[in-house]
Ligand binder design. Sequence first.
Ligand code: SAM
Ligand code: GLN
Length: 299
Amino acid sequence: MNKSSTTPYFPTTLPIGTIGDLLAGCTAMLESEGVEDPQREAREILAAVLDVPKFWAAANSIADASPDVAIAVIRAAMQRAIGAPLAYAVGRASFRHLTIEVDERVLIPRVETEVLVDRVLERCSGDMRRIADIGTGSGAIALSLAFEREFDLVLATDVSVDAIAVASANAASLRTVLKSPVEFRLGSLLSPLAGEMLDVIVSNPPYVSFAELPQLPPDVRDWEPSLALLSPEDGLGATRELVRQAPRYLAADGLLAVEVDTRRAGTVAEMVSVDDRYADVEVLLDLTGRERFVFARRA
Ligand code: SAM
Ligand code: GLN
């Protein structure tokens, strides 16, 4: 769906008494806006807003919809009707074991990045106590690490003030369930970490080239922050700089773990392999079997 600037029409004359009415109203509005499979969409929106399974609306169609629920669902459906990705429309996304609040200021965390966290945790021995997430966005990686393992400190950086604000708000909401302290710092790549020594540096940097922008799906291209997606030098600018800076902050045997564009995994692996500050370079696959992560140890 392309981003549309017109406000969708919601049939406000419809009585919103029950969940069934709400579903019917949203379905009608989405249909009139040309959304494909409007009933499925409406059901998904309702389930996402209420945080219930997708069959819930059908099973509870005669239950009353409170005004708060009706407003939240209608607002989300209107966002969806103008092309917003579901996560932005409902204001949150699932990432591993967490629900992360997201909006247009940050990238919607991806399933491949869930795998990145998995591979990092597999390689983190108990004596690896200090970890940094570079380009934290919503905070998804940093907060998952802090939720799933006890570290002495999880540091997270981003060059976007907006991203630091979203990530900090997520950290505040999750405060009571995190096992590790998390600290956010504003600035480019590793520069906010001057003087720190780390056991792990993990990053999902922007890695789409400017030339590839037109080929991105419209809901990514038109909605997600370009700062989160695009990188100069054929998409490799941020990655190259990260690889250059990281050894200064990594303890001996420390791990660098980077998500990459699947078409450029070989180039990044080569970039790391020719740098004699690194050893044990590995290219790891995502769930679709594509080369998606480059890992290396500080030599
Ligand atoms: N880590 C999050 C995730 O995986 O969902 C967001 C990843 S997004 C692909 C890249 C993030 O890097 C964005 O939040 C963007 O603002 C940030 N970023 C871009 N350039 C940066 C730089 N030079 N230094 C630090 N962060 C940067
Ligand atoms: N995987 C994202 C996408 O193309 C890009 C994220 C990134 O640049 N790190 O949808």
